[in-house]
Design a protein around this ligand. Structure first.
Ligand SMILES: C[S@@+](CC[C@H](N)C(=O)[O-])C[C@H]1O[C@@H](n2cnc3c(N)ncnc32)[C@H](O)[C@@H]1O
Length: 196
């Protein structure tokens, strides 16, 4: 059982496999903060991967809220379920499938995380906007510059306000024989906005 509600669960606490990527702890913390989650909300985690965002978000919205996690990779769905079990969370439904085909079937959301969905991201953002409640938050994590460009183009045409673009570049320390050096990780751009 995880005792803390504050975001920032160490990556080592999650079950991992080589086949499924994870949004790293510090990036995940910024994403969770940008969603401004409240108790009782309905939240999608699109491209749930390891389920780390679902776990952190579920702790924020508490047992009265609901997370819907989607991934088209069976390995990711299995790993997400493992992590939900590990953190003893029962308010998360995990769906196997392409988010592009699933989103419109879902109930309306208060917040939507979109992460690592590459060439599908623009379409997923368009579909997500249809399912977000007015005042709802979208948080998109982007690595590829092509994805960033296509999402930026579409954000202005949709009903979003207060669009924020934050790039996070994390460096982590590593001990060497002569001292401690900082090793840079790839930058992640986080676009967040409110449905108008
Ligand atoms: C970078 S990972 C996400 C990591 C995750 N946020 C975490 O914390 O572990 C991206 C995930 O998106 C999934 N994905 C990509 N495109 C998708 C789509 N169109 N529908 C559903 N899942 C998708 C991939 O299978 C992968 O597991």
């Amino acid at each position: 059982m995880w005792d803390y509600k504050t975001p920032g669960i160490p990556d080592e606490e999650f079950e991992r496999t080589e086949k499924v990527p994870i949004t790293k702890e510090e990036v995940r913390t910024v994403q969770i903060s940008k969603a401004r989650l409240k108790s009782g909300q309905t939240v999608y985690d699109i491209g749930c991967g390891s389920g780390s965002i679902s776990v952190e978000a579920a702790l924020q919205i508490e047992s009265s809220g609901k997370i819907i996690a989607i991934d088209y990779d069976q390995n990711a769905v299995d790993l997400t379920k493992k992590n939900l079990e590990k953190f003893e969370l029962s308010n998360v439904s995990v769906i196997l499938g392409n988010a592009k085909e699933k989103i419109l079937e879902l109930e309306e959301a208060d917040a939507i995380f979109v992460g690592g969905t590459g060439g599908d991201t623009k379409e997923i953002v368009e579909l997500s906007e249809k399912k977000l409640k007015i005042g709802g938050r979208i948080v998109i994590g982007i690595i590829l510059i092509e994805t960033l460009y296509s999402v930026l183009q579409v954000m202005d045409t949709l009903q979003f306000k207060d669009v924020d673009i934050t790039q996070v570049t994390i460096s982590k320390s590593r001990k060497t024989t002569t001292g401690t050096m900082m090793l840079a990780r790839n930058p992640v751009t986080i676009i967040s906005a409110t449905k108008a």
